[in-house]
Design a protein around this ligand. Structure first.
Ligand SMILES: *[C@@H]1O[C@H](CO)[C@@H](O)[C@H](O)[C@H]1NC(C)=O
Ligand SMILES: *[C@@H]1O[C@H](CO)[C@@H](O)[C@H](O)[C@H]1NC(C)=O
Ligand SMILES: CC(=O)N[C@H]1CO[C@H](CO)[C@@H](O)[C@@H]1O
Length: 409
């Protein structure tokens, strides 16, 4: 059961137990195991197993230390935080209906800028004409991690700023996390779409970016959000609400190990990636942490919504799901061949390709979906700086895609 040890003294005891067994039992054992079966480097094997222990432990105890969240602008050296104003006037259509069911509205939340190393850009500086920007939505199953630059997921933005030559800054929004049962339920779907909208509105109507030049990046649950948020913009493009206009969709979407099926429709496939890749990935069993995160996120919308709502599960195999990607921006999808979500990402990719075609989306008539399947890649490996050489190779592919250059390394 998730969070069995979330209160003291059990939390402390559990963490001590985990640390001791890790040092004296598990690490030596894994090393021996590795020596018998080499495919990755030893460092990579051990790192990966430690990430798995970390994820499992978090699921038992909750966060070890205080994690930054939407309630405060967290300061720090080189941290460029800003407050983002609410956008209740931009909530319309289905979003308004779902927000009503969940009883959520838009509030003021923080966002953080990251700048390319060595550059000196004032916070929220007016863009140059044609300046491209990365708008980042972090992963963490909608229940953990943060947009703050001290969070591990910010490694993705740093990698992009390093490798994507024409981009000099990125902006990440501190969307409200869904809160799970033992901690008091709050902020279910569509809170995160509303918060993504607030950040987007800030970039366009306060800072002055052209939507065409915004590349929305989402990893894992952030990929789910990037997709859903773009669908909202597309479905309500140009709609006037209370004197405000829904902004145009972004110029491009970058989906990294996106979480696209929150139903369990891919889980029972006997030769599927859940069964085959569980030992090579660090995401545990779907009935433990994932189901607790899902119910926190779904809130009053419940599991029916996970099966059939195309804003929530664009990759669901449920027979009632009909989905149309016409009008979507050009999209880059990355999946790791060693991840448990592999099959659901393929389903999503196939649906997108059916409507948009394969390609870079730069030339007239070219298809808009570019997909890479990284051999031995685990879930969200771009967030793990030690996952080389796959990580650098993937960032180079992304750089090529951003600039429409031919793809070869
Ligand atoms: C919101 O939900 C309530 C019921 O909870 C309903 O009476 C009301 O009409 C709804 N409002 C909108 C704007 O959908
Ligand atoms: C998808 O949407 C587009 C534009 O709204 C429409 O032209 C097309 O017929 C739709 N495709 C299907 C299969 O419904
Ligand atoms: C590393 C590994 O075993 N990857 C497997 C993950 O699952 C897919 C099924 O979708 C297989 O094709 C991969 O070989």
């Amino acid at each position: 059961m998730p969070y069995a040890f979330c209160n003291q003294p059990w939390k402390g005891l559990y963490l001590t137990y985990t640390a001791i067994t890790l040092l004296f039992v598990r690490l030596p054992f894994w090393t021996l195991l590795y020596l018998s079966k080499k495919s990755w480097t030893l460092a990579k094997c051990l790192n990966l197993r430690m990430v798995r222990v970390l994820v499992e432990t978090l699921t038992q105890t909750g966060p070890f230390t205080e994690v930054h969240n939407h309630l405060a602008l967290a300061p720090g050296k080189g941290v460029n935080g800003v407050w983002v104003e609410p956008v209740n006037n931009l909530i319309t259509g289905v979003l308004k209906e779902w927000a009503n069911i969940s009883k959520v509205e838009s509030i003021r939340i923080p966002g953080y800028w990251l700048h390319k190393k060595g550059s000196s850009i004032p916070i929220g500086d007016q863009p140059h004409p044609d300046e491209k920007l990365i708008y980042a939505l972090h992963g963490g199953a909608y229940i953990r991690c943060s947009a703050h630059p001290s969070d591990p997921t910010s490694a993705i933005q740093r990698g992009l700023l390093k490798h994507v030559t024409s981009v000099t800054r990125s902006f990440a929004i501190e969307y409200r996390l869904a809160v799970e049962k033992p901690f008091g339920e709050a902020h279910p779907f569509p809170t995160q779409i509303i918060d993504a909208l607030a950040g987007y509105n800030y970039l366009i109507n306060v800072v002055g970016f052209n939507p065409e030049n915004i590349i929305i990046v989402g990893d894992s649950a952030g990929g789910n959000l990037a997709y859903a948020f773009t669908r909202y913009l597309l479905d309500h493009k140009g709609t006037n609400v209370n004197g405000a206009t829904i902004p145009a969709p972004p110029g491009a979407l970058l989906l990294l190990s996106p979480w696209v099926d929150l139903s369990s429709s891919h889980e029972s496939l006997p030769r599927g990636s859940l069964a085959r890749n569980r030992s090579s990935d660090y995401i545990g069993s779907p009935d433990g942490s994932a189901s607790s995160a899902k119910s926190a996120f779904l809130g009053p919308h419940g599991s029916d919504a996970a099966n059939t709502n195309t804003y929530i599960s664009p990759g669901s195999l449920h027979p009632d799901v009909e989905i149309n990607f016409t009008g979507f921006p050009r999209t880059f999808i990355l999946a790791g061949n060693a991840e448990v979500l592999h099959d659901s990402i393929l389903t999503f990719r196939d649906r997108m390709v059916k409507d948009l075609g394969e390609g870079d989306g730069i030339e007239e008539g070219d298809g808009k979906v570019r997909y890479i399947d990284v051999a031995d890649g685990t879930h969200d490996f771009l967030a793990m700086t030690w996952f080389e050489p796959e990580r650098t190779m993937s960032f180079k592919e992304i750089n090529n895609w951003v600039h429409g250059a031919s793809i070869d390394n």
